[in-house]
Ligand binder design. Structure first.
Ligand code: SAM
Ligand code: SF4
Length: 328
């Protein structure tokens, strides 16, 4: 049972832990073409990240998702997965990845104790994929998805950000790709994090529009599947997969928010869409291994969790952090 309760009575049971701000891709909605990355000293060590995981699980957090940046480019990430995987009280250890390194690392991630994978894939068109990611290789990602299945991961979920005029004509292709491979899929509305030129040229594509397009081909039924996250899930009559919609703009889910994020700089972010944060790195570096002090800092931080975010749909950026620095 979580002892982390904010002043609106919401229990925090889910931590998104960013392990790097770096990435081998440069997705147009996530970061600028020439991002400025953190230095080695600014970044938490794997031991510090493991201690943060321990503190949160001792406070009742039962799910941790590793993210970034691209978590699989963090050297020795299997050490951290192994440490976190052994924490009593942790029911689920998952990762969000762009899939580019899964052909090499899927087996060792599975063996180290990672239980679930979300893999990002916005398009099945080679040219578009390299344009959207600025340098990614679609074949490698698809091979990575297949390698993850072969390694033993089940309930893999694809994340797709749909942008009008860029990939909104591929919604059914993406659903078919997931039906064929028995993967769940969540469609995500783009969020205005960080100042990016492309963002101004893109038009918002709402979850309702995406859902309508799918429903015309595959009638959707509301599913009772709940993951404690913001996705609302649907099923189709002739497939076992779930289709989720993450709609920060059109369907605000703040009232049921059960999560916080820790950036790789050790900033505890109480909300994706607000700047409220607490510096856990300062505590870790001034009082190394003082787990009690770290836990008390986290408990006190719950007071700062804001009621809701205020994203607008006009592309205006209210948050200056980029997604890769936030831990998506
Ligand atoms: N590199 C990994 C990946 O791409 O899966 C993990 C980190 S990435 C920041 C996590 C998720 O955030 C990805 O699914 C990505 O598509 C999504 N994302 C990034 N920037 C976004 C934005 N501005 N709005 C909505 N989703 C975004
Ligand atoms: Fe990298 Fe993921 Fe951001 Fe794309 S969305 S640039 S893969 S961190």
């Amino acid at each position: 049972m979580s002892v982390l309760v904010d002043k609106f009575g919401r229990k925090v049971e889910y931590l998104r832990l960013s392990v790097t701000d770096r990435c081998d891709f440069r997705c147009v909605y996530c970061m600028s073409e020439n991002p400025c990355f953190l230095t080695h000293e600014q970044v938490l060590s794997l031991e510090e990240l493991a201690l943060i995981g321990q503190a949160f699980t001792e406070l009742g957090v039962s799910k941790i998702r590793l993210t970034g940046g691209e978590p699989l480019i963090r050297p020795n990430i299997d050490f951290l997965v192994n440490q976190l995987g052994q924490l009593p009280g942790l029911k689920e250890l998952s990762m969000t990845t762009n899939g580019s390194r899964l052909t090499k690392l899927a087996d060792s991630m599975y063996q180290s104790g990672l239980s679930r994978l979300n893999i990002s894939l916005d398009t099945l068109n080679h040219e578009r994929f390299s344009a959207l990611t600025r340098n990614g290789n679609l074949e490698r990602v698809i091979a990575g998805i297949d390698a993850a299945k072969a390694a033993g991961f089940n309930r893999i979920k694809i994340n797709a950000v749909i942008l009008k005029g860029k990939n909104d004509d591929e919604i059914i292709d993406l659903v078919n790709f997931c039906r064929d491979r028995e993967l769940d899929i969540s469609f995500i509305e783009e969020m205005p994090l960080g100042v990016i030129d492309e963002r101004k040229r893109q038009r918002h594509c709402s979850s309702d529009e995406v859902k309508q397009i799918i429903n015309d081909v595959y009638p959707l039924t509301v599913s009772d599947k709940r993951t404690g996250g913001p996705s609302k899930y649907f099923t189709m009559a002739d497939s076992a997969i779930h289709i989720g919609f993450i709609s920060p703009h059109s369907h605000n889910f703040c009232h049921e928010c059960n999560r916080v994020r820790v950036t790789v700089e050790g900033r505890l972010l109480l909300c994706l869409g607000n700047e409220h944060s607490v510096d856990l790195k300062a505590v870790l570096r001034e009082y190394p291994n003082d787990l009690a002090r770290l836990k008390q800092t986290i408990i006190d931080a719950m007071e700062l969790k804001p009621k809701e975010h205020h994203f607008s749909t006009d592309g205006d950026v209210q948050i200056l952090r980029f997604m890769n620095a936030t831990g998506g």
